[in-house]
Design a protein around this ligand. Structure first.
Ligand SMILES: [Zn+2]
Length: 579
């Protein structure tokens, strides 16, 4: 099947006149086509009502281009015969793609198509519950017989239906209102800020999300495949059993000085091993559940099964401190027992009063556990932290959080990556911090749509240019693409139009996403994008991304990361040669 027809139903007409929104919708258009195709194959995606004009010829052409650029169809290796050595050909084709990118700057719809097909490496900042579109949640809600509160738009299970709820609709004004309540669709700030509307969405559809974890995973993987991604690290709540046990062992205020005592009490408790085992089982069930939902073990697994997924334990920083500490311990313990979980992250609004009041303690917890597990080699868990997702306008009066959160995440909590890092220029000695992040090779997960919608930071106010100028590695990421009604391709489009990144910068962003992925194994690069390791150095018959010679193949066999990086380079070759 080469084409899909998507029913479309525009939502409302009160959308704000944001210049990029239509462009991003256009970018999403073709993604929807891919999702619809996958849905027909059992992928479970829902048609996106934003897909206006889905049946026009340009869309069909874009869809074909996406399929041609997709990994399943990219078997033919570039022919190096006409342009010299593989390295010379690669340089020629890259310039070709760069020229085409430049030529499309005045044609956002064509640029969106181009960027959807660009190989993208990984999405490193992806909240599973926020990644699914409202329409998809509503599809599942209808199948489950769920109801939606007609005033608050909160979903309840079938047993919770009452006179204040209505059955989950499939269309109409109520459907449109739910989509608006569960996302940033048509949002205009008024009595409610974008910040508050965004964070309020999660609780409204949470009941549905909680019952459809594996379908959610299948949904995000299917869409990732459709925009030429290789890898996703997605976040959801993990380590809850260990957290609950820790909470049961502590009463009263928890301070930094108490951490050794609580740690000893937790890890020597008779129920500790059982709690950790239960937490590990959750991770493993998500891995197997995804494979089942996508039918990856069937006779004809969809190509989306080729997208690699790893999990990051998401621990809410607004919870009780003893629970948080237990969950963090659980994350380190889980990672020592299953490769499914690779990282930990503290989530929930960073400008929440509880988050701010406990920030120093949370950093101290991670410092303590880093010494216990990471420094000793007891656990391979990595640390990434939301930090600096702040602006003065949303801080409690008198708070100085925007002067030290990023630095503490890096210097105290050993964060290898920073989520958002939006307020870096308000940190004490921002230049010194930027230089330190570059020197320590700390990557920033940049989420442009989210930053615009939650904190109204975009354009020249966004610090992306400062990070790039200081040599801090960055990757584009989606944060909550369902709530934002974006995609990784949409984030690339924002980077092009709002941040003015050139083609090679976007390519570097994609490469950095795999360089800083929490995958095991050595990097392909000694200098990202310019110098591969000696075993894989270009030869007269092989460039980076071509079929590897024996020495390089041996190297790649030892490293999951390097294999994925090699595949990314191959996809760049294929994509660029087609431009
Ligand atoms: Zn986030």
């Amino acid at each position: 099947m080469r084409r899909a027809t998507v029913a479309h139903k525009p939502i409302g007409s009160a959308g704000r006149a944001h210049v990029y929104e239509g462009m991003i919708r256009a970018a999403r258009l073709a993604i929807v086509l891919v999702v619809a195709l996958a849905s027909a194959c059992g992928g479970g995606g829902a048609a996106n009502p934003d897909a206006a004009g889905a049946s026009d010829g340009a869309a069909d052409g874009a869809f074909d281009a996406a399929i041609d650029a997709s990994p399943g169809a990219a078997d033919a290796r570039p022919d190096a015969g006409d342009c010299g050595t593989p390295t010379a050909c690669a340089a020629l084709w890259e310039q070709q793609a760069s020229d085409r990118y430049d030529s499309l700057q005045g044609d956002p719809l064509a640029l969106a198509d181009f960027l959807r097909a660009v190989p993208k490496g990984g999405d490193l900042h992806n909240h599973l519950n926020g990644a699914v579109y409202a329409e998809t949640y509503l599809e599942w809600a209808r199948a489950d017989g769920d109801c939606i509160n007609s005033t608050t738009y909160a979903a309840v299970g079938a047993s919770g239906c009452s006179t204040s709820t209505m059955p989950a609709p499939s269309s109409g004004a109520f459907f449109d209102a739910i989509v608006r309540a569960w996302s940033m669709q048509d949002f205009v700030a008024g009595t409610q800020s974008g910040h508050d509307h965004f964070f309020a969405t999660f609780g409204k559809y949470g009941t549905i999300a909680g019952l459809h974890r594996d379908e959610s995973l299948a949904d995000i993987v299917t869409r990732a495949y459709g925009e030429n991604q290789l890898y996703i690290e997605t976040m959801f709540n993990l380590g809850k059993n260990t957290g609950t046990l820790a909470a049961s062992l502590w009463s009263g205020t928890l301070t930094q000085a108490d951490l050794p005592t609580l740690y000893a009490s937790l890890t020597t408790n008779a129920g500790f091993t059982t709690a950790v085992t239960s937490d590990v089982n959750v991770v493993n069930s998500a891995t197997t559940g995804l494979a089942t939902a996508l039918d990856c073990n069937g006779l004809s697994p969809p190509d989306a099964c080729g997208v690699t997924v790893r999990f990051i334990a998401q621990v809410s920083r607004t919870g009780a401190n003893d629970q948080i500490f237990g969950q963090l311990v659980g994350a380190f313990e889980m990672a020592s027992r299953t490769s499914g979980i690779v990282g930990v992250n503290l989530s929930s609004p960073e400008d929440d009063t509880a988050s701010i009041n406990n920030y120093k303690l949370h950093m101290a917890m991670l410092d303590f556990l880093y010494a216990k597990y990471t420094a000793t080699g007891a656990s391979p868990l990595h640390i990434t932290l939301h930090a600096g997702e702040l602006t003065a306008a949303y801080l409690p009066t008198g708070s100085t959080a925007n002067t030290f959160h990023i630095r503490d995440a890096v210097e105290v909590a050993h964060a290898e990556r920073i989520g958002h890092g939006l307020d870096v220029m308000s940190e004490t000695d921002p230049t010194g911090l930027l230089d330190e992040m570059a020197q320590k090779n700390v990557l920033v997960e940049v989420c442009l749509s989210s930053n615009d919608q939650i904190l109204e930071v975009k354009g020249a106010d966004h610090p992306l240019a400062q990070y790039l100028a200081h040599g801090v590695p960055v990757a584009l990421a989606t944060d909550d693409q369902g709530v934002s009604r974006s995609s990784l391709a949409g984030e690339y489009l924002k980077a092009a139009l709002d941040q003015h990144l050139d083609y090679r910068q976007l390519k570097t962003v994609a490469r950095q996403s795999l360089e800083h992925a929490f995958l095991p194994g050595a990097s392909l690069w000694t200098a990202v994008g310019t110098a591969p390791v000696a075993a894989c150095a270009p030869t007269d018959t092989m460039g980076v991304g071509d079929p590897a010679n024996t020495a390089c193949a041996d190297f790649l066999a030892q490293s999951e990361r390097a294999r994925m990086q090699w595949e990314l380079e191959h996809r760049f070759r294929v994509f660029e040669q087609q431009q």
